[in-house]
Design a protein around this ligand. Structure first.
Ligand code: GLY
Length: 367
């Protein structure tokens, strides 16, 4: 059942992604990486920590001289500098030093915050990622993006900090609630749309197995996503080019997430953003009408939204324009040429984007 994917940079292996169905291989791998005898801080949140922190501590008890746990309140609203400061203070208190290790245990927020703490503590110490949500397992734990939200901006402060290991235990998905699971499916479908048409077809063909959370299907799906991510981050680790394709659905998605004050999940907003971006791709005559409707309707069986009421289109547009990825050269928008092929478009007019927002804005008859 075990799978291993190695991330290489300039033809040199940088770190492994291990896909397992328990934590039994973790201690041995940490020893191989040379962490015997050092101290470790498990950074987690107050939802994941109570479920897995003791299991991890137990699994690594023969590796480290000391293991500390720092759990912060769960949720994107805590992905900020206050949380970073509290974690760093705890690490100082525990006399962590530059040979010690941060273990990020949790979903996307935990991975981003813990990775960022590791990147700045004593000018940078090692971090390993143990992602426990589908979204983190298929995307955010891989590729070294870390950071926090700052002022009104998402991910405004951060660093590229490659982990020394990504250890995925697919069994942790059993403790995710359905809403979190399907939110992660938004990012899974994204890979098919932007870079792999046959994966997209495979996902549609495995709908029932995915709903049933069939272990072999989920493992194959996660492995495939990790390989997609590997292909992109090896080519463009610091998002100077193609890595931006991973932001498909995120321009409008982030704006909705912010407009809704984080009451919708990231993956749900990404699904809405993908539908809007596919619509714009149709209007730009890149996709046919049939392709657009097929893409839109594909999100439905995965319990993801394709429209939203109660938004103000102009406000969403303003939020897009205030996003840090909007520079003087225009909004960097990811569109589709076809299923499995995305491209970067910086030429969209406000009207074209607004029409995309209107397409996903559900208005009751008579309103
Ligand atoms: N989650 C997008 C990226 O890693 O670039």
């Amino acid at each position: 059942m075990s799978k291993l994917i190695t991330i290489n940079m300039n033809r040199k292996p940088i770190y492994d992604i291990m896909i397992e169905n328990d934590f039994s291989q973790l201690a041995e791998k940490l020893k191989t990486l040379g962490y015997e005898g050092v101290k470790a801080t498990i950074v987690t949140d107050k939802l994941v920590g109570p479920i897995y922190a003791d299991t991890i501590k137990d699994a690594v008890k023969d590796v480290f001289s000391d293991v500390f746990v720092y759990a912060f309140d769960a949720g994107e609203q805590n992905k900020n500098m206050d949380t970073v400061q509290a974690i760093l203070a705890d690490m100082v208190e525990n006399k962590m030093n530059r040979h010690d290790l941060v273990i990020a245990l949790g979903g996307g927020v935990v991975g981003d915050v813990a990775g960022f703490c590791a990147s700045i503590f004593m000018r940078g110490i090692d971090v390993i990622q143990i992602p426990t949500s589908l979204l983190a397992q298929v995307d955010s734990s891989i590729g070294g993006k870390t950071g926090v939200d700052f002022l009104q901006y998402k991910n405004m402060v951060g660093a590229f900090k490659m982990p020394k290991l990504v250890y995925i235990n697919t069994n942790t998905l059993s403790t995710l609630d359905d809403r979190q699971f399907y939110a992660g499916m938004g990012e899974v479908l994204k890979y098919g749309l932007i870079m792999d048409a046959s994966f997209y077809e495979w996902l549609l063909s495995k709908l029932y197995e995915i709903h049933d959370k069939d272990a072999a299907t989920l493992e194959e799906m996660i492995e495939h996503c990790c390989i997609c991510k590997q292909r992109i981050v090896e080519r463009d680790p610091e998002e100077k080019g193609d890595r931006a394709l991973l932001n498909f659905g995120h321009t409008i998605g982030h704006a909705i997430e912010k407009y809704k004050n984080l009451t919708l999940m990231h993956g749900e907003c990404v699904a809405l953003g993908c539908v809007a971006a596919a619509f714009i791709s149709w209007k730009k005559e890149k996709l046919s009408m049939e392709e657009y409707y097929e893409i839109r309707d594909m999100f439905v069986p995965f319990n993801l939204p394709i429209s939203i009421d109660d938004i103000d289109d102009e406000e969403i547009m303003k939020l897009i324009k205030s996003d840090k990825k909007t520079d003087q050269n225009g909004i960097k928008f990811i569109l589709l040429k076809k299923v499995g092929k995305a491209y970067i478009d910086k030429t969209l007019t406000d009207e074209e984007i607004l029409n995309g927002i209107k397409e996903i804005h559900f208005v009751e008859d008579g309103e």
